[in-house]
Design a protein around this ligand. Sequence first.
Ligand SMILES: Nc1ncnc2c1ncn2[C@@H]1O[C@H](COP(=O)(O)OP(=O)(O)OP(=O)(O)O)[C@@H](O)[C@H]1O
Ligand SMILES: [Ca+2]
Length: 657
Amino acid sequence: MGAIRILTIAVTIVVVAVPEGLPLAVTLTLAYSMKKMMRDKALVRRLSSCETMGSATTICSDKTGTLTLNKMTVVEAYFAGTKLDPCDDVSQMSDSAASLIIEGIAQNTTGTVFLPEDGGAAELTGSPTEKAILSWGLKIGMDFDDVRTKSSVIHVFPFNSEKKRGAVAVQLDDGVHIHWKGAAEIVLSSCKSWLSVDGSVQSMSAEKHDEFKRSIEDMGANSLRCVAFAYCSFDIEKIPMEDITSWELPEDDLTLLGIIGIKDPCRPGVRDAVRLCTTAGVKVRMVTGDNIETAKAIALECGILDANSVISEPVVIEGKVFREMSESARGEAADKIIVMGRSSPNDKLLLVQALKRKGHVVAVTGDGTNDAPALHEADIGLSMGISGTEVAKESSDIIILDDDFTSVVKVVRWGRSVYANIQKFIQFQLTVNVAALVINVVAAVSSGDVPLNAVELLWVNLIMDTLGALALATEPPTDNLMKRNPVGRREPLVTNIMWRNLFVQALYQVAILLIFDFDGVRILRLQNESRSDAEKITNTFIFNTFVFCQIFNEFNARKPEEKNVFKGVTKNHLFMGIIGITTVFQILIIQFLGKFFKIVRLGWRLWLVSVAIGLVSWPLAYVGKFIPVPVRPLPDYFKPRCCWKPPRRDEEEGGQS
Ligand SMILES: Nc1ncnc2c1ncn2[C@@H]1O[C@H](COP(=O)(O)OP(=O)(O)OP(=O)(O)O)[C@@H](O)[C@H]1O
Ligand SMILES: [Ca+2]
């Protein structure tokens, strides 16, 4: 062999062995999925996050807007010490009591009411909670503009998710009122008195406090969001007028006006989506700013919590409790938490960190500006397209355009499909690599000549790298993807099942082609030909058979785990197209490009045998799938047992079990 030939073969082997199609396959499948995901209402901002989403082991979801519709209506009201029935009947209430409540609603809001001149329905603006409150205010006789002109706002403490309450100070003719509105049990805890039906202020006895508390719990158990109203009068002299911006509104010694319960129904389809996650081994956790009773009720409604299981701490936990735990205790608790109520955005961040430390791949949804750190920290941050702020969207990897949890689950499905497509490509490619290299090396060592020459190998390389990437990267997701557990962080990319498929096919190809390499002249009955002709025909035959083995095996690569590899194949036009093109080119090469490839034409008999041998890879793959594989990943067996660094005790124990 001349030096040039050796060099050519060496270079070819390197070209074959280098999987230059892999980045192409990864990019292709990501880009393809990204385009398709738009249709499922997910806008991908960071391409690689699709794939990460496929291995997510847990999703921490917001409640409001994601699991629920974010269409709020007041359905229960507990005012002036009595339950209103129906919730907008204020006939028993004295005028002074009613006007105080209405003042609180109209002034302490970020929303507005616009009444069209033609007497149509009122138009409301503001957050869904604000709108629900304002629309309830209209029902109890609030004249928004009139109330707003009667008094003037002198200072505002805006509502925020951290403190879960907001307040305004309003100046009236005869003094200043400070109106608070916010999370019911938090506001209640700072009330020392309550307003009764006749408009008098009663001091808060322990019994009355319990009564209010129970009504909050009852509303919560009915999955209602509870908001309480309270106020106090303030001496105008005591207000630091010159430095009013830094004035902290007084928030103890308040008088409770009342509590309302706001209904926000679950989104249709959420229950099924949660169930889908459960079968897919992805744990859904709910993180919400609402109180724990409300959170629990909604979680039961949409199937995140199971009514039959124990529901106690830390499965259902309050943000504050979690926040105050030590870091290690948080780690222990995080795994068990399913519902976190009264959480602040920072608690979400703590939960994400704790879960990540436990080895989870965490997806998090968020909409508020202060969700940004949690979105950033999570493996996959999902922001909400409708209710989300710009900041939240900027820090997220994927934007869920319709805010719906169902779309979040679709992203998981697409992510798994990306991962599976990459695996399919790798299985296909590795089989070709192993087979081609083994055949050539064995032949070269034993007879000093290689059956597959450089030009042939380059064509094979094209089939498996570029064309293979195109064919296998665009497989659409199947339902089976959501029936197995997530791969998480640890599982290797090439699974035992893939190794098994690979070995079965590669062994078959190597065995059959080496037999022809050694004894082809006799088997193919070419004794009548001259020696060099017989050798050329045999080598062409081996090349042709090898390519057909790959073409048929490309079908097997579509479904590494299922027995029926043809399911949905006709729907994948690109795949069928690539197979068609490869076959046509192969025929052209053998019949017309002989000079270039240094091969000869084959008769119909040898063509048939080539295709038949390739065809055997189908039943072979079917039978091969009955071979059981160990659960433990293959690379684990090759991990060095003894090395210079003594393994930690717990690792060793884990390894031997
Ligand atoms: N505009 C508001 N004014 C006063 N209190 C409010 C207002 N909006 C919400 N609340 C109270 O604060 C709590 C919700 O706070 P937060 O804003 O943290 O939750 P969210 O982000 O709306 O909901 P989720 O976390 O479920 O998506 C509610 O339970 C309610 O009692
Ligand atoms: Ca290659």
